[in-house]
Design a protein around this ligand. Structure first.
Ligand code: SF4
Length: 727
């Protein structure tokens, strides 16, 4: 195949978790260069997402807003100093960033698979891809020989599952399992080319499955940017991984806490969530029991009648899905003891051009079950498996597809859409066949799917302009904010979680804060200040995992049994920082052991706070990231929009109006009560915004203050210039 660009570099050992260099590639010019990692980068931005944001800040033009399809937009991928560790669970993540086609601001995803750590072991702490290629290319980073190549892509399959196998074989030095294991592939698919919901698939060769499996960097359409740049795939070959390749400052310290944490997981997971057996598929049943499982476009929070063992997406059902179709206890990085990556083997496809073929399905995970199952009013595991497989191989985000099609279904049910508009698809809740047919249309950019694949924010405008939809109604029921589709939790009864979705950097994704239980179930966040404290601490703490190349599941998905006995009373919020203090302390020791930078638990949060604020400022630079952008959640995320929703929980809502608002409900119609409740809840959200901005050190406009950036040590001239108008 034609080689369009080549760069040779010296192979050097990693030191204390850093390779000390980053790789820049411009696909418009085929220029490649190596940049040093400075002490300032390590000190202030740590790694992972911090490096991504820093590199984007300095490489992209500052004199204008960058659109997602401008050649100057970058995709950055980095692991972090702890990424690639083999003795601490969850230490193999890659963090990707770009300007999103859905939101116009920074999107970031934290993803499994081996690429990020392999990139570091091949010589680079981060990768920047700028420009656009003329023809489809494969970028190959060869960590054996110290060579990077831009190659013209020739005759490769479009389907990501086949492409990943082919490239894993092509770039292994031989066809042995051992050699395939040293290769990781990043790819997308045709769905990413034809919609704004494109993902990146990050692979690892799975010896148990004898198959190159993948995990998805799913949110915000980063795969769409990848395809717009005409990248078919990134491939990295790493030196053989061992315990010392990350060259920690004090390996014994990291190993000691890693061992303790690993043992705790192995002992307690079977008594808690059984993630080693069912992964995140233990969650639908819990969410169903607590009325938090998105059902029929977030109208309801549970199956209409079924709970417990009879629930169609119960833990036991998924145990059979995985066990019947092939044992699937494995992890997306070496030796992770949570080992939540599961798969269904020999699933026979029922739709699409591969109908009748037996395939491996990576997953399904919770979000896919809720998004492409309950949220469509569909209670059939085959539909979930089918959607999961096709989304992955097409390079589509199952969350945006799930939430997007659920919105379309409600528009169909309410008469905004009809068969004439949808090309004959009867998109009623529960119609799995129609939903899957629409999924294929989205991936191929055909028919009604072409409109749907532009995302809910665009659909709202389109349905108003072309089909006469009521603008307020589609705004209320279309579950997107900032342009990003909601991930799969019902937030109506938790104001703190409405903030956990609305006051996020990238849009409504639960990875910054998940406060529903503390707030709505346990009642541990009674005041605005309590909620604001949690909405300061949790986003900072959770950000820390993405600076270091870590998965956050080992932090709080298996809880030490003595957590409640801890003298810090960990579950007695508002002292939010006390949640699982033992684990936070272990992470501080782990970080100290790898980097040699002695750090306390509070130091870790300070590291994150700096990068968190920097990302907010990045969004301000993009003309977003202010109060106006955090406002106007679709009301379905805040309270009941329709009569049927109100009446499904009328006892609770009536009580709130009488007791909390102090209004007499006698003789009031459901519509009147919806309106009273709406005013109260929307005012609550505004008060929450004020409290959170104050706690975060932001101006009433929602912008980090000059004092705050000085305190955080990021008060460079260009940063101050961006934030000055919004003080
Ligand atoms: S907990 Fe699951 S997602 Fe996280 S690293 Fe382990 S296997 Fe991967």
């Amino acid at each position: 195949m034609a080689i369009l660009g080549e760069l040779s570099y010296d192979l050097k050992p990693v030191k204390k978790g850093y390779s000390g260099r980053t790789l820049y590639i411009n696909l418009s010019t085929n220029e490649m260069k190596i940049k040093p990692v400075t002490d300032e980068m390590k000190e202030k931005f740590i790694g992972g997402k911090g490096f991504d944001l820093y590199l984007m800040w300095h490489s992209m033009p500052k004199d204008r807003i960058i659109k997602w399809d401008d050649p100057e937009n970058e995709i950055c991928i980095a692991s972090g100093p702890l990424g690639g560790t083999t003795y601490y669970s969850g230490s193999g993540k890659s963090i990707c960033t770009a300007i999103s086609p859905l939101t116009g601001q920074i999107i970031d995803s934290n993803v499994g698979g081996y690429f990020g750590p392999y990139l570091k072991f091949a010589g680079f702490d981060a990768l920047e891809i700028q420009g656009k290629a003329e023809k489809e290319v494969v970028i190959f980073i060869n960590g054996d020989d110290g060579v990077v190549r831009i190659e013209e892509a020739e005759e490769l399959p479009e389907e990501a599952h086949l492409l990943t196998q082919r490239l894993t074989e092509n770039y292994s030095t031989d066809k042995s399992e051992r050699e395939k294991f040293r290769v990781s592939v990043v790819s997308s698919g045709q769905g990413a080319k034809h919609s704004k919901w494109g993902v990146l698939n990050f692979s690892w060769f799975n010896k148990k499955r004898q198959w190159a499996s993948y995990k998805q960097a799913g949110r915000g359409g980063i795969g769409t940017v990848f395809k717009d740049k005409k990248v078919t795939a990134l491939v990295c070959r790493s030196p053989r991984v061992n315990q010392t390749l990350n060259n920690p400052a004090d390996i014994e310290l990291g190993k000691a806490v890693g061992k303790e944490h690993n043992l705790e997981i192995v002992k307690n997971d079977p008594l808690q969530n059984e993630m080693r057996i069912v992964g995140t598929a233990h969650l639908p049943e819990i969410m169903n029991d607590f009325d938090l499982l998105p059902t029929e476009n977030f109208r309801f929070g549970a199956h209409p009648t079924l709970k417990g063992d009879n629930f169609p997406y119960s833990r036991d059902v998924f145990k059979k899905v995985y066990a019947n179709l092939g044992k699937g206890v494995d992890s997306c990085w070496f030796a992770c003891q949570i080992a939540c990556s599961h798969f269904a083997k020999d699933y026979t496809l029922k739709t699409g051009h591969l109908k009748g073929e037996k395939v491996i399905v990576d997953g399904p995970e919770y979000e896919t079950i809720a998004g492409c199952g309950s949220n469509w009013g569909v209670w059939d595991t085959d539909c979930v498996l089918e959607a999961n497989f096709w989304c992955d191989t097409y390079g589509l985000d199952t969350i945006s597809v799930g939430t997007g099609i659920a919105f379309v279904m409600e528009c169909y049910e309410t008469g905004i859409l009809n068969k004439e508009i949808t090309g004959g698809l009867e998109l009623k809740f529960g119609n799995a066949e129609a939903a899957l047919a629409l999924l294929h249309q989205i991936a191929h950019g055909e028919g009604f799917g072409k409109i749907v694949g532009q995302g809910i924010a665009e659909m709202k405008k389109y349905f108003v302009e072309h089909y006469g939809a009521d603008p307020q109604f589609v705004q209320d029921i279309g579950m997107e904010h900032k342009g990003l589709e909601f991930s799969e939790y019902v937030t109506k009864e938790s104001l703190a979680q409405q903030g956990g979705y609305g006051l996020t950097l990238k849009g409504p994704q639960h990875d910054e804060a998940w406060l529903i239980f503390e707030d709505a179930v346990r009642g541990n966040l009674p005041t605005f200040e309590d909620k604001a404290e949690a909405l300061w601490w949790f986003p900072c703490w959770r950000t820390w995992f993405s600076l270091n190349g870590l998965c956050k599941l080992p932090w709080n998905d298996v809880i030490p049994p003595d957590n409640n006995e801890n003298p810090q009373k960990p579950l007695t919020l508002p002292d939010a920082r006390a949640k699982i203090p033992k684990h936070v302390d272990w992470y501080a020791q782990y970080f100290s052991g790898v980097t040699g930078r002695k750090s306390s638990a509070d130091d870790l949060v300070s590291m994150s706070e700096r990068v968190y604020n920097f990302q907010r400022i990045w969004n301000v630079r993009q003309g977003r990231g202010l109060r106006k952008d955090d406002s106007n959640l679709p009301y379905r995320a805040v309270g009941p929009v329709t009569k049927v929703e109100y009446e499904s929980r009328s006892e609770m809502y009536d009580k709130q109006i009488s007791e909390d608002i102090g209004q007499d409900i006698t003789g009031k119609s459901t519509e009147e009560k919806i309106s009273i409740l709406r005013k109260y809840r929307e005012d609550g959200y505004i008060n929450l915004q004020d409290a959170v901005y104050k706690r975060r050190g932001w101006s009433p406009k929602g912008c980090p203050t000059i004092d705050k950036v000085k305190e955080l040590g990021i008060d460079s001239e260009d940063v101050v210039k961006v934030i000055s108008p919004h003080q």
